[in-house]
Design a protein around this ligand. Sequence first.
Ligand code: ZN
Length: 151
Amino acid sequence: MTELNELDDLYQEIILDHYRHPRNQQAVEAPDMQAHALNPFCGDEVDLQARMEDGRICEVCFKGRGCSISQASASIMTELLKGKTPEEALELYSVFRRLMFGEDISEEELDGMGELGALAGVRKFPVRIKCALLGWNSLDDAIGEYAKANG
Ligand code: ZN
């Protein structure tokens, strides 16, 4: 993929590693939240499942297919979600969106994003931003449904 070749080498490596070896593929038994997201532009799909315990996300799984950016972003996301409250997860989503849309984020916010920072270069390629945000769209839906169902 040409876009990927233009990203920093280290960043490329992180993205390809998650793409080839996606994390958290083990289905969650009795998930408390789940959602499916589709990016018609390049046919990317992400199915997300999560289980809650004491108000925090304790188990996450995603299944997906599509381009390396969409799958790597979803994989990194699942790593970041464990132990977070839904509010904290949505906060991270909002920071990542700001990064994707070229807004400034603080050093502290960048630290909190971990390997997600490897996707920063994607913002140079507007059509790929949807790929990077796909997994997060499914998370947003999953949390929204969960919040509705749990008052
Ligand atoms: Zn894509």
